[in-house]
Design a protein around this ligand. Structure first.
Ligand SMILES: Nc1ncnc2c1ncn2[C@@H]1O[C@H](COP(=O)(O)OP(=O)(O)OP(=O)(O)O)[C@@H](O)[C@H]1O
Ligand SMILES: [Mg+2]
Length: 253
């Protein structure tokens, strides 16, 4: 199962991606966490996994990737660049890093230099990579995305089996969620949502903003999660709310 995690900037996509990945691992799944955010860095801190070689760099950087892509398109695949189907085990070993508890992580690519050009190649690589990646019955690929809906436009979430929207307590977040529901419906994609940073005093107001069966859970605002993230430490908290959300996602998938 491939899951794309989406939402407004700062709503908690990376935090929840890591917490969900850990929970799914505990439930006995093989989990590959994919860092699909070309701008933000630090997902490896939240996981405690040492940074693997970025997939884009493995392919020779943006230039090398573009050249390989052209070759693939012109000659109908001799370079074999994600043209066939592949499993997690087929991915380049240096691009996968593992935590002590067996959680695996891959980074698509990052922006490194002033004036290096747009991040479109990262989007193309993410889409091709996910389109070609096949998951087994007990395997989950969780894609942490950049803020907003750029990855909807690029078609990256179109390659996922489920879009998981994260909503924080802001009106912009709810507005974006409604837009995402429309976009997912037009593309015939499954979508569900998690309310994040929920406090007792605002819980009812948040529920009223998106009164939908698509909301599959709520995560409390948690000081220890915030502090571990602030200090650049791996997230260690196991929340029953996260485990419950995982069960719902995996049952639905
Ligand atoms: N449930 C929570 N309780 C407390 N703090 C939280 C919670 N979820 C996320 N945060 C905090 O919110 C901030 C943003 O979280 P995070 O980086 O995961 O968001 P993001 O959506 O990935 O952001 P970006 O759009 O920049 O990638 C961090 O300081 C994080 O610790
Ligand atoms: Mg993030």
């Amino acid at each position: 199962m491939k899951i794309g995690v989406s939402g407004k900037g700062g709503c908690g996509k990376s935090t929840l991606s890591v917490l969900l990945a850990r929970s799914m691992k505990r439930l006995g799944y093989r989990v590959l966490l994919v860092d699909g955010d070309e701008s933000n860095i630090g997902l490896e801190n939240l996981t405690g996994i040492s940074e693997p070689k970025h997939l884009m760099d493995f392919l020779g950087g943006k230039k090398g990737f573009k050249a390989k892509l052209n070759q693939t398109m012109m000659t109908d695949n001799p370079a074999g660049l994600f043209s066939g189907k592949q499993t997690i085990d087929d991915l380049p070993k240096e691009c996968i890093a593992k935590s002590e508890d067996g959680l695996e992580m891959l980074i698509i690519g990052k922006i490194h230099h002033i004036g290096e050009g747009c991040a479109c190649p990262m989007g193309v690589l993410s889409k091709k990579f996910l389109a070609s990646l096949e998951t087994g019955e007990k395997e989950v690929v969780l894609v942490d995305s950049e803020a907003g809906v750029e990855h909807f436009g690029r078609g990256i979430v179109g390659e996922c089996d489920l879009i998981l929207g994260v909503i924080d307590p802001t009106s912009e977040s709810f507005q974006l969620a409604k837009k995402m529901i429309g976009m997912a419906a037009n593309a015939d994609k499954k979508i569900c949502f998690v309310l994040n940073k929920v406090e007792p005093a605002i819980e009812d107001v948040m529920k009223q903003q998106l009164n939908s069966a698509k909301v599959i859970g709520m995560i409390p605002k948690d000081h220890s999660i915030f502090m571990e993230s602030l200090e650049g430490k791996p997230l260690t908290k196991a929340l029953p709310e996260i485990d419950e959300i995982c069960r719902k996602i995996l049952e639905a998938g």
